[in-house]
Write a protein that binds this ligand. Structure first.
Ligand code: ZN
Length: 337
């Protein structure tokens, strides 16, 4: 065997056998045997993980079994361990080691799988409020602001309605942020009012129809005139019907419908009601009434996807399920997500 073949063979050493040989040895001892410091550290840490009892006993045992079945080399196991160490949560780290020990296809396949899995296992850091300014040479600068929804909601509503958003933003810079529109509603239930009155308003979160969320205490501090209207909704009373008078939802019905649903009714969609269209759950052409029980806010995207004809399912449609308007995907066979 020539020196190159010897070197190649050393990289192919089965990882578990190497780790077994490391048992009881310190990092310094491994290094003292002539292994470069960086490798000695990585091997020592990976060997410790696989040799030392852990609370994730089952996953550790299965990972070891998979590494053996899969014939993983020490290079591959060290790489797996390096990815697992990016997770502070021990249980999650072992979940990752186990999954990666089952990957076949060598180092490249392990790395690819690890990057995908880490995205799902690593908790996303909570974003902090910030203002960012990019100033490239071309003269088109970029300003981005991350701030409390109640600070930005009125601006968002104004920009959403504007055709030329940059011009609308320039107007905001000149004239100051717009006051919340007059028809912005805040939804309060009877119990929440009691909590606010009892000075426990900090715990009560109220959602407004422009998408902002404020606490009950904040509401008590603000002047109602600046807020627009406050609507009190009983937990038990359903929406009141006002019967068909016209095709388009009247301002009052629009208001009331957005009080019942402050955002697009699709569960995963947060588009504020003020930026939504009033959707007839039972289509006007199918005899649907323009009344409260038939109207829900739906953002332009989801309104576009809604199947108006229930007999020709394509994407899905909004229906009332157990009293609540919900998006029912096409072909769901009664399963509601
Ligand atoms: Zn939507």
């Amino acid at each position: 065997m020539n020196p190159l073949q010897q070197l190649a063979q050393s990289f192919r050493q089965p990882g578990l056998e190497l780790f077994a040989a490391c048992a009881g040895k310190s990092q310094g001892q491994i290094k003292a045997m002539g292994i470069p410091a960086k490798n000695a550290g990585e091997i020592f840490r990976a060997a410790q993980a696989f040799n030392t009892p852990t609370r994730s006993r089952d996953r550790q045992r299965q990972a070891i079994q998979s590494a053996r079945d899969n014939g993983l080399t020490w290079v591959e196991l060290v790489e797996i361990d390096k990815y697992a160490r990016k997770l502070k949560d021990e249980a999650k780290a072992w979940r990752l080691r186990l999954k990666l020990c089952r990957v076949s296809g060598g180092l490249a396949a392990i790395r690819k799988a690890a990057q995908g899995l880490l995205k799902t296992l690593k908790p996303k850091p909570k974003p902090e409020p910030e203002v960012k300014m990019e100033q490239p040479q071309d003269g088109l600068w970029k300003l981005s602001v991350r701030a409390d929804s109640s600070m930005l909601a009125a601006i968002a509503t104004k920009l959403a309605k504007a055709k030329d958003k940059v011009a609308a933003f320039a107007e905001i810079l000149e004239q100051g942020a717009p006051q919340p529109t007059l028809y912005t509603h805040v939804v309060i239930t009877a119990e929440d009012i009691q909590a606010i009155e009892a000075d426990q308003g900090e715990d009560v979160l109220l959602r407004m129809t422009d998408g902002a969320v404020i606490t009950g205490a904040e509401l008590a501090r603000r002047k109602l005139a600046e807020m627009g209207f406050v609507t009190i909704v009983s937990n038990f009373g359903g929406p009141v019907n006002t019967y068909r008078l016209q095709r388009s939802a009247s301002g009052k019905q629009r208001l009331a419908a957005s009080v019942v649903n402050t955002t697009c009714v699709v569960d995963t969609c947060n588009k504020p009601a003020e930026q939504c269209e009033m959707h007839h759950m039972q289509a006007w052409s199918e005899g649907g009434e323009t009344n409260l029980s038939n109207l829900v806010p739906l953002c332009p995207f989801h309104n576009g996807r809604n199947d108006d004809n229930p007999h020709r399912p394509n994407h899905g449609r909004v229906e009332r399920v157990k009293g609540k308007a919900r998006w029912v995907p096409a072909w769901s066979q009664g399963v509601v997500f």
